[in-house]
Design a protein around this ligand. Structure first.
Ligand code: MN
Ligand code: MN
Length: 466
């Protein structure tokens, strides 16, 4: 290899030139990334909803020695606890050598994903077809949800207060569901609609049956047959839909994408692609200096409101309990704490370059992305991490040789979005978004790079160990 010129050496020293992760890591680390992602892909297949992720993580934590948090107990360095919030969010904590009064390290990811929720009274029959009415959850492009296989997940609380758990459409041989779309032959009027309006909210009706209960005369026999089947399988009646949370999600299995198998296609990368690596970092961290708190939260996709979202006080209350046990005020712990808001960013898509500003976009395979601010229209609705905190995070990642890049969430005024960061910042905690770049974000089938997923794990682990 020829020696570098003076200009090349100076450029190496002075220029910020994010590069493909393959140029920055060796073959063994590529293999480690692929191995890590095999576990992630299995997790994605097994967990389609916040409740399923919570149950999975509780079990995984218990298998690794985590015990339910007890606020009356005192904990020693190395102790591991978990706290489940209403079955839809979970906190994992590994106690550090320092007192929690000196602050904790928080990684907060969300485990809800865009989907279709059944309405409280969903089931109806129209011309001998049975359908469910839905109300979409989170930001979706509605047209993407038609004519693809769907499954049904959730819980139904019956009249006696007992709970039936529902998961139908995932396993081999199970029936699936679908939202029908108009054939192109008859779509002349529909195709004049704007893309946003192409499929309307009240057109997201899920097809669930077409045979009557019996051939006797009587109205709504197909609906009756569905109620009969639901009663046989789950013990439920139509009224029990009122005390249910049933979520319709894509039923396509996760798979490798590309001849080189470098990417993963699947539903719910946003934000399980940060939840899984942050939980694995919590499981793998050994004797940390600071107490490590991994928060897997619900409700981010609808704005973090609700008592399982991070705009509620459950995370703060958990930290207040730790503070009380350590003999300091809750706000002291918060004020001294540092957080990575572990959420995805929009990767540059060569098919739609116009919505990104190339110099400040994130790219597939350039590693975990630090997003200094999110928001929209003049940084509205963002916490905007300080230079001091950016410096702190950057040094941690560099010292641990984590491949990372920075990225804005789209060009100025192209749109925008938010994460849990601002709700963490509201608690007087230093916070910045760090996560995985995603293609087709919020689609029923999103794409991420395996190397980036692994770098997210490395980043959260480095943060916990720093
Ligand atoms: Mn997200
Ligand atoms: Mn999202």
């Amino acid at each position: 290899m020829s020696e570098k010129t003076k200009a090349e050496l100076l450029a190496d020293e002075l220029k910020y030139a994010p590069a493909h992760a393959m140029k920055q890591i060796d073959e063994s680390e590529v293999q480690a990334a692929d191995d890590f992602c095999a576990g992630y892909m299995q997790f994605l297949n097994d967990c389609k909803t916040e409740r399923e992720v919570t149950a999975f993580m509780q079990k995984a934590a218990e298998a690794r020695g985590f015990v339910p948090f007890d606020r009356t107990k005192s904990y020693a360095p190395g102790d591991k606890v978990y706290f489940v919030n209403r079955g839809k969010a979970i906190i994992l904590a590994v106690f550090g050598k320092k007192s929690v009064c000196e602050g904790v390290r928080i990684a907060a990811a969300h485990i809800d994903s865009p989907r279709l929720d059944l309405k409280p009274s969903p089931l109806y029959e129209d011309e001998e077809l049975a359908l469910f009415k839905t109300h979409y959850y989170g930001g979706i492009k509605k047209y993407q949800w038609t004519a693809i296989p769907l499954s049904l997940h959730g819980v139904v609380y019956l009249k006696d207060g007992s709970c039936a758990t529902v998961s139908l459409g995932e396993k081999e041989g199970e029936p699936k569901f679908v939202i029908t779309d108009l054939l192109p032959h008859l779509a002349r009027e529909q195709e004049k609609r704007t893309l946003e309006d192409g499929i309307r909210g009240e057109e997201l009706n899920v097809l669930v049956g077409s045979r009557p209960f019996c051939t006797d005369s009587g109205s709504e026999m197909v609906k009756l047959n569905i109620l009969h089947l639901l009663h046989e399988k789950y013990g439920m009646t139509e009224k029990d839909f009122l005390s249910a949370e049933l979520e319709v999600v894509p039923a396509m299995p996760v798979c490798d994408i590309g001849f080189d198998r470098s990417m993963i296609g699947g539903y719910g990368h946003d934000d399980r692609v940060c939840a899984y690596p942050s939980a694995m970092a919590a499981f793998d961290v050994q004797n940390p200096e600071y107490t490590c708190v991994t928060v897997l939260t619900d409700k981010e996709e609808t704005g973090s409101d609700g008592n399982t979202g991070l705009n509620s006080s459950y995370m703060a209350y958990f930290l207040y309990d730790l503070a009380a046990a350590a003999g300091c005020a809750g706000y002291e712990v918060l004020r001294n704490s540092k957080c990575l808001s572990a959420d995805v960013n929009a990767a540059f898509d060569p098919t739609f370059p116009g919505v990104q500003e190339k110099k400040n976009a994130s790219y597939l395979n350039r590693g975990v992305v630090i997003t200094k601010y999110t928001g929209a229209r003049g940084k509205s609705g963002t916490s905007d991490a300080s230079a001091e905190y950016m410096s702190f995070v950057r040094q941690i990642l560099d010292n641990a040789h984590v491949v990372w890049q920075q990225g804005e969430l789209g060009a100025v005024d192209a749109g925008g979005g938010g994460t849990v960061a601002k709700y963490v910042a509201k608690l007087d905690v230093d916070v910045v978004d760090v996560g995985v770049p995603v293609l087709s974000m919020h689609a029923p089938f999103e794409v991420v790079s395996k190397l980036d997923v692994y770098m997210a794990y490395r980043a959260f682990k480095a943060f916990y160990e720093a």
